[in-house]
Design a protein. Structure first.
Length: 396
């Protein structure tokens, strides 16, 4: 799918074991088929890591906070590097990344500490202005939502959950195969997250599903966590959003948070409940900009140059399907998604400009100064010798 270079980065050797010398006992291929000790140790470490991850998923749910995701990525890389690379290189490269994300998680509640009021209606009013008074989330759930999840909600749920996992999986693959691309990816990823964090602190905003559970009277003081957030939506007019008129028999008249409902279609209610458990600790009023939209677009933009042409339509589809999934499932307004895309465009443009400037200055620094180049005097032309007559043989 991609053109990632599989050569080891930084000149490191990734051979699992030394090459075996040929002997009669090795068989016709001349190689011992017995796995080497480092390979066996790596398989055991990977199996222990996988078992621990499964246990965590069962007990705590899908990890959606960044620190937990980095922890499981780093420990998985440690297991994958047994017998291949020095384990300290994992910590050297990933510890700064983890520290930045720890700071992110610790400062998520800064808006509450600073007493910033939560925005409930500005983004909703802008949404109505853009769509002639309609709210796209209400319209989509009115026309598309059924009593049970249709087949295509599996795509909605998978796309929604991919946001929590895809960036860290990609970072892990890049670290193993292309350390230079890994550094670029991490810088952009951290820049987008920190930029979004600054907006979350300055402008905490409620998502559509929250607006559908609360009335105007319940949010007059612009609270971040009003009691209505912890109650199921039972408001006939869907609170701030307005009434929903379902087109499919049996469909609920309430705006619902159905991002993971598609898993139930294939008998995977456990998967849906695990995601619900994992996002229980997520900041519920960090809706503008949408990091789901911002990072899905960032992954597509980053992978575009290293992806083969026949796979690029998937990169175009990914942020678009993510946008539809977020609006349909009441996770975000359209204006949240546009803000997320704008954030990614600004960050990637700034980083590309800085990178080009740095490369240009390095090239200029490597070139010798112009005043040290002394003009060489022109060499005088060598005198030409007159052509000598060719002697003729005397006639016989």
């Amino acid at each position: 799918m991609s053109r990632l270079d599989t050569a080891p980065a930084d000149g490191e050797h990734e051979a699992d074991a030394p090459v075996a010398t040929s002997s009669p006992a090795d068989g016709p291929t001349g190689r011992d088929s017995t796995p080497s000790e480092p390979a066996v140790a790596r398989w055991i470490a990977s199996a222990v890591w996988a078992a621990a991850l499964v246990g965590y998923l069962v007990a705590r749910g899908v990890p959606v906070d960044r620190l937990a995701l980095v922890f499981w990525t780093v420990t998985g890389l440690l297991a994958a590097c047994v017998g291949r690379r020095p384990l300290w290189t994992v910590l050297r490269d990933w510890l700064p990344f983890a520290l930045v994300l720890v700071i992110y998680d610790l400062t998520r509640g800064a808006a509450d500490a600073l007493g910033r009021p939560t925005a409930w209606t500005p983004q909703l009013n802008l949404e109505r202005d853009l769509f002639g008074g309609a709210v796209p989330t209400v319209w989509l759930q009115s026309h598309l939502k059924g009593a049970y999840a249709p087949w295509w909600e599996v795509i909605v749920s998978t796309t929604y959950v991919s946001y929590f996992l895809a960036p860290y999986l990609l970072a892990g693959v890049l670290w193993l195969r292309r350390r230079d691309l890994w550094a670029r990816f991490v810088i952009g990823f951290v820049a987008i997250n920190l930029s979004a964090l600054a907006v979350f602190i300055a402008f905490p905003a409620a998502p559509p599903w929250a607006a559908g559970q609360c009335t105007a009277a319940e949010i007059t003081s612009h609270p971040a966590n009003p009691p209505c957030l912890d109650q199921p939506n039972r408001l006939p007019d869907n609170g701030l959003l307005g009434a929903l008129h379902p087109h499919h028999p049996g469909a609920s008249i309430y705006v619902e948070r159905i991002g993971v409902r598609g898993f139930e279609r294939h008998g995977l209610p456990v998967a849906a409940s695990l995601v619900d458990q994992g996002r229980a600790d997520v900041n519920e009023v960090a809706a503008v900009p949408s990091l789901h939209a911002a990072l899905s677009l960032y992954l597509a933009v980053f992978l575009w140059p290293i992806t083969r042409r026949r796979w690029r339509p998937l990169l175009v589809a990914y942020p678009l399907v993510m946008a539809f999934s977020l609006v349909y499932s009441a996770e975000h307004y359209v204006v949240d998604i546009l803000a997320g895309w704008l954030l990614t465009a600004v960050v990637t443009t700034v980083l590309a400009t800085v990178s080009a400037t740095v490369r240009s200055r390095r090239r200029a620094g490597d070139a010798p100064p112009a005043d040290t180049l002394k003009a060489q005097p022109a060499q005088p032309a060598l005198p030409t010798q007159p052509a000598q007559p060719v002697p003729h043989a005397p006639p016989a």
